[in-house]
Design a protein around this ligand. Structure first.
Ligand SMILES: [Zn+2]
Length: 122
C-alpha cells in the first residue's frame, strides 16, 4: 500500500495524479466491498458471508441462518443469493434435469430456510 501511495504522490506533484489516485482507490474499495458482502441475514440483519460450501450468518453461533450455495447442483449467482436474502423470488438458470437437459427455475427461501422451488421459467 505504501508503494501505491508513493506512486500517487509522484503524480500529484505533476498535478494530474490526484484524481487518478482517487479513482483507483474508490474502485478498489468498491471491489472489496462487493466481494465481501453477499447480503444481509433475513433473521438478524448481520452480514451473510460465504463459508466453505454454503452461505452463513456472520453472527454465528448466535444466529444459525444458512443458505445453500447450490440449488439442484447449480451454483447460485450473487444476484440469486442477494434476491433470496431479500425474501424475493429469483431465477436460477441452467439447472440440469435427469436427462441432463438444462432448465430455469424460479425459487425462493421457504419458511424453514431451505430453497423452495416455485415454478419453471423460460
Ligand atoms: Zn443472522
Amino acid at each position: 500500500m505504501s508503494r501505491f501511495f508513493k506512486f500517487g504522490k509522484l503524480h500529484v506533484t505533476k498535478g494530474n495524479g490526484d484524481k487518478l489516485l482517487d479513482i483507483l482507490l474508490t474502485a478498489s474499495k468498491k471491489l472489496k466491498r462487493s466481494r465481501a458482502l453477499v447480503g444481509k441475514c433475513p433473521k438478524c440483519g448481520n452480514n451473510i458471508v460465504l463459508k466453505k460450501s454454503f452461505y452463513g450468518c456472520s453472527n454465528y453461533p448466535e444466529c444459525k441462518f444458512t443458505l445453500a450455495e447450490h440449488f439442484r447442483k447449480k451454483k447460485l449467482t450473487k444476484t440469486n443469493v442477494k434476491e433470496l436474502l431479500e425474501g424475493k423470488e429469483t431465477l436460477v438458470k441452467g439447472i440440469k434435469n435427469k436427462e441432463k437437459k438444462p432448465y430455469n427455475a424460479v425459487v425462493k427461501i421457504g419458511e424453514k430456510g431451505y430453497i423452495d422451488f416455485i415454478s419453471f421459467s423460460k
